[in-house]
Design a protein around this ligand. Structure first.
Ligand code: OFO
Length: 197
């Protein structure tokens, strides 16, 4: 057995850092980290919107937005677990403070739709990178998000349509508030089952 002197032997921490073997490229890891940040921002945005609606007395709409918050956390944690499954360490960056300028419920849901369209563009960009890198595992994962975005945009559009049908005056918003109070989370809220752990 060859002797390794104490001075040559890397410390346990350095050894772990040097031995990080990832199965995906650094470009992909960085881009997934950015997507985690965007999903976390989405969660933060819906949390802020929910607080605003509660403050205005629309607890049903606040409930819908809080379920949406859970969905976004699920999206972030699914990527977080995937990075770990691929041997990479998630890097968590600062989350921007959400800005809410919406003065009516209709404007708030228009904001939801525009935000989801922005997320869709971001997911498409990630998918294009995975395809360019011939990273088929990441491509598979991101296709799940592509489908998810179809649902997210559909829901936002439907809410705006419902508001148009009911009218966006007090009565219409009151009816929508009752309806949205019925929403409950369908995604698993225990993120330890998402890999990485
Ligand atoms: Fe609302 O979308 Fe995440 O991905």
């Amino acid at each position: 057995m060859s002797a390794v002197s104490g001075a040559e032997r890397p410390s346990a921490v350095a050894y772990i850092a040097e031995s990080e073997v990832t199965m995906i490229s650094k470009k992909i890891v960085d881009r997934i980290n950015l997507q985690i940040n965007r999903e976390m921002y989405s969660a933060y945005l819906y949390m802020a919107m929910s607080a605003k609606m509660t403050n205005e007395g629309y607890t049903g709409i606040a409930n819908w937005l809080l379920v949406q918050y859970h969905e976004e956390m699920f999206h972030a944690m699914k990527l977080f677990g995937y990075l770990q499954d691929q041997g990479a360490s998630p890097k968590l960056d600062k989350i921007d403070a959400p800005e809410l300028k919406d003065s009516t419920v209709k404007e708030l849901f228009q904001h939801v739709l525009e935000h989801e369209q922005w997320v869709t563009a971001s997911i498409r960009e990630l998918l294009e990178l995975a395809i360019a890198e011939k990273d088929y595992a990441t491509e598979n994962l991101v296709r799940w998000y592509v489908n998810e975005q179809v649902e997210e945009e559909k829901h936002a559009n439907e809410l705006l349509q419902t508001l148009d049908l009911l009218g966006d005056g007090k009565q219409g918003v009151f009816m929508l508030n009752i309806e949205l109070g019925k929403r409950s989370a369908t995604i698993p809220l225990d993120f330890t089952k998402l890999g990485g752990a």
